[in-house]
Design a protein around this ligand. Sequence first.
Ligand SMILES: [Zn+2]
Length: 91
Amino acid sequence: MNLNKCERCGCFFTSKNQVCPNCQEKDENDIKQLKKFLNDSDVDVSVESLSAQTGVSIKNVNRFLKDKNLYNTFTSLGLNSENNNNISISL
Ligand SMILES: [Zn+2]
C-alpha cells in the first residue's frame, strides 16, 4: 500500500492521484472554471493572468498543465504557456 501526499492540502491518502479524494472535487471544479474562462476569453491568456482572474493558484494551474491532456486542452482554448518555467529563452 502506497501513501501519497496530497498536493493541495498535504494530507496522506492511498490512491494513484495527485490529490486526496477530498481535494479531487476541488481540482475538478478548478479545471472546469479554468476551461470556462479560457472558452469565454477571445484573447490569449497567460498562466499568470489565468490564475489572477480565476482565483486558481499558479501552483495548481501549473500542476494541471503537467497533465498532457489538460495541457493540450488549455492551450487549444487559448492559454499562452510559453512563459512557463520549463522553457528557457536566452537572447
Ligand atoms: Zn487534499
